[in-house]
Design a protein around this ligand. Sequence first.
Ligand code: ADP
Ligand code: MG
Length: 233
Amino acid sequence: RDRAELESLQDAVDNFVAEDVQEFSELPLSSATLEGLKSAYYTKLTDIQSRALPLALKGKDVLGAARTGSGKTLAFLIPILEVLLRKKWGPNDGLGALVISPTRELAVQIFEVLRKIGHKHQFSAGLVIGGKSLKDEQERLSRMNILVATPGRLLQHMDQTLGFECDQLQMLVLDEADRILDMGFSASINAIVANLPKQRQTLLFSATQTKSVKDLARLSLKDPQYVAVREGI
Ligand code: ADP
Ligand code: MG
C-alpha cells in the first residue's frame, strides 16, 4: 500500500500545476499529512501557504516573506514531512530536516505544530534549544530525523556532540530569518550552514525583507523562488 501511494504521490507532485490552490486537499500530499492537517482543523490555505507550498513541494528553494501571523509555519513543515516521506526516510537515515528558529519559545511552537500535523508519520523529531542538560539532548540527538533548533545550541552540538551528523540532511529551514539576524546570530548561521551538505533544499522565511536577509539568502539558497505576500486583508 505504502509503496503504491508513494509512487503515485511522486507522479502527482511532478504533474502538479498550481492554479489558485484553496484547500490542502487540492495539493499533492500524502494521506498521513492530509489526516494530520484535518485533525488540527486546517482546511484552507493562507496566501503565503498557497504561494510557497507548490514550489517547496517540488523541491525548490524558497525565500518567503510574509507578516507575522500569516501561516509561515505550515509553509515549511508540510514540505519537510512530504519530502522526507517521498525519499522514504527511515529511523536509520539520520537527520533529514533541520529548522532553525531565533528563540526557544518560537522553536517550541514550531515543534508543537509539527506534532499536531505529523502524528500520522513515523519520523522522530526533537527540540534542541538549550535550557536543559546538554547530555539529555546529546543522547537523543543521533536518532532524530527532524530537529527544531536555536542557533547557539545547535552549534554547540555540532562542536561537542559525538555522533551528531548532518551529512545526509535533505532540507534546511531558516525561520524568522530577520529576527535571527537582528539577534546577532549571523556568524552562527554561517558556521552551521558550513557544516551542512551543499546538496539540499533550503527554505527561508522572514517577516521582512531587509538587505541582511537577502545577503543570507544569497549565501544559503540556490536559485531561490521569491514569494512575498503583501500586507492587507
Ligand atoms: P507566522 O509564522 O507567519 O507568524 P503561524 O504559522 O504561526 O504564522 O500561524 C499563525 C496562526 O495562524 C496560528 O495560530 C496558526 O494555527 C494559524 N494558521 C496557520 N495556517 C492556517 C490555515 N491554513 N488555516 C487556519 N489557520 C491557520
Ligand atoms: Mg512564524
